[in-house]
Ligand binder design. Structure first.
Ligand SMILES: [Zn+2]
Length: 352
């Protein structure tokens, strides 16, 4: 038994040592029929140091589930090369095809390092973290989708060679982040190289194939190769500002009347170097302004990123957006976008 350390203590989530019948073909919105709730699978492999995979922390982001199902289906009855800890998160939100239900916490803000205290989900996340830490994972991968058009990219909380090497196995776009607090990847970065991978939009266009390759490579990995390759093969970025419409204001992406009317192809700007003057949309009222919050690497506020001239919202200084979406609900739950700049491997900001 690998969980003897917890013998006698009822785990705060289901812990299973086998896959239930039908799991490998089960779509995310049907998982409730197979799993009692958030579930940690502890599956044995030849090398006992596990790979940790986390997915469905956001219920409507199913690329990670599809990827791990594909990997395990291919494996058939063969033994895993490496033990696998697989955490399937918010199955209740998944059943409703929602990121997070109104009565829930965001499952990617509950991990050690979070500011939230005294909540059963925070206790569950701490318990899973402790469980994993005893098994000394070789790496941790948390798999997500986003709602806008983004290329596949990896997010790392540390610019250490093993973290970059892990993220590079997924994509050449690598984003360094320190906020938000309480993410799975930030917590696991104290145990092992850890990455959040963003597979683009859920569905047909998603980067599920890249996620499959990443999982397979990590299961077969003997050790990390720290050869980063030529630096020009990596696009290293950091979020300097997080952009949100003020609370209580309305937004639209289809030209319909709202306090903020954003252009309908706005998500096509993601990961492109956008120059000053680019129009993001329009404001109905000259007093409305987008709120700009500090991203990472800043002690002081990031300053103004937009000009408002004759009702047009124009970018004021060059930046690289990410996570721009045309989904008003996603904006409400998270943000309109992140604004990034290039950095080098020492974390120093390069010009735009
Ligand atoms: Zn997500």
């Amino acid at each position: 038994m690998t969980n003897c350390l917890h013998h006698g203590v009822k785990p705060p989530c289901a812990v299973l040592h086998h896959l239930p019948e039908g799991f490998l073909d089960c779509p995310a919105d049907q998982l409730m029929q197979l799993l009692p709730g958030p579930t940690l699978f502890d599956l044995p492999g030849r090398d006992p140091r596990p790979l940790f995979i986390s997915t469905l922390l956001h219920g409507n982001e199913d690329s990670g589930l599809n990827a791990i199902q594909t990997v395990l289906r291919k494996l058939g009855s063969s033994e895993l090369n490496r033990s696998l800890l697989l955490f399937i998160g918010n199955v209740r939100a998944a059943s409703q095809q929602c990121r997070t239900l109104p009565d829930q916490l965001d499952y990617n803000r509950i991990w050690p390092g979070t500011k939230i205290i005294d909540h059963p989900l925070v206790a569950m996340a701490r318990w899973i973290f402790d469980y994993a830490s005893h098994l000394r994972p070789i790496a941790s991968i948390d798999i997500h989708n986003n709602t806008g058009f983004n290329p596949p990219y990896g997010c790392v909380p540390k610019l250490e060679p093993h973290f970059i090497a892990l993220a590079r196995m997924f994509s050449s776009y690598i984003v360094h982040f320190e906020r938000p607090l309480g993410t799975h990847t930030a917590a696991f970065s104290s145990l092992c190289p850890a990455v959040t991978v963003e597979c683009g939009k859920a569905g047909k266009e998603s980067a599920t194939q890249q996620a499959i390759r990443l999982i397979q490579s990590c299961l077969d990995l003997k050790a990390f190769d720290c050869q980063l390759g030529a630096p020009e093969k990596i696009e290293l970025l950091r979020t300097y500002a997080i952009v949100k419409p003020p609370p209580g204001t309305s937004i639209s992406f289809d030209g319909q009347g709202a306090d903020f009317i954003f252009r309908k192809d706005i998500d096509r700007l993601n990961f492109k170097e956008i120059q000053p003057g680019e129009v993001f949309g329009f404001v109905q009222d000259q007093f409305y302004k987008l709120e700009i919050f500090a991203g990472d690497g800043l002690d002081s506020p990031p300053g103004e990123y937009f000009d408002y001239i004759n009702g047009e919202i124009r970018l004021k200084k060059a930046a690289i957006p990410a996570m721009l979406t045309c989904d008003p609900q996603a904006v409400e739950l998270d943000c309109l976008c992140y604004l990034m700049h290039r950095i080098n491997l020492d974390g120093v900001r390069l010009s735009s």
